[in-house]
Design a protein. Structure first.
Length: 142
């Protein structure tokens, strides 16, 4: 999956004080161009297709490093594994098919209103909201 990059991923990594190794650059590009959260297995498969030699432990370290640096966000869909997506994406939530595992991004306009209401009632200042809706997608319903 060769991709055309709109900016210099190497420069972005250097600005984050990370060496721009081939694996890190390829993973950052994958995160930028993937439409749904990806797991480590998907990352490893992508690196293999790009002929970038690495091992699973290195991929896990890169994903943890990207999470710590605020590049990636870890997401749990109650499936026993962690998926990741680019942290800079517009805030959104997910629709998850419990049958095929397909994940779709969704933006819900009432969430900010709901957050304000919760803050008023509980005095909790909400910094993050992650909602996942689980069901069966239209393809699996056929």
């Amino acid at each position: 999956m060769k991709t055309t990059v709109k900016h210099d991923c190497k420069e972005e990594l250097n600005q984050m004080e990370l060496r721009a190794t081939p694996a890190r650059v390829a993973i950052l590009q994958l995160l930028e161009f993937t439409k749904e959260p990806i797991d480590v297995t998907t990352v490893i498969e992508h690196l293999q297709k790009e002929d970038i030699a690495t091992d699973p432990a290195t991929v896990f370290r890169i994903m943890n490093m990207f999470t710590q640096k605020g590049i990636a966000i870890p997401i749990q869909f109650q499936e026993g594994k962690t998926r990741y997506e680019l942290a800079g994406k517009i805030h959104h939530h997910h629709l998850v098919c419990e049958n095929c595992g397909k994940v779709e991004d969704i933006s819900i306009s009432i969430i900010p209103t709901l957050e304000k209401e919760i803050q008023k009632k509980t005095e909790l200042f909400n910094q993050k909201t992650f909602l996942e809706f689980f069901g069966v997608c239209s393809d699996c319903q056929k």
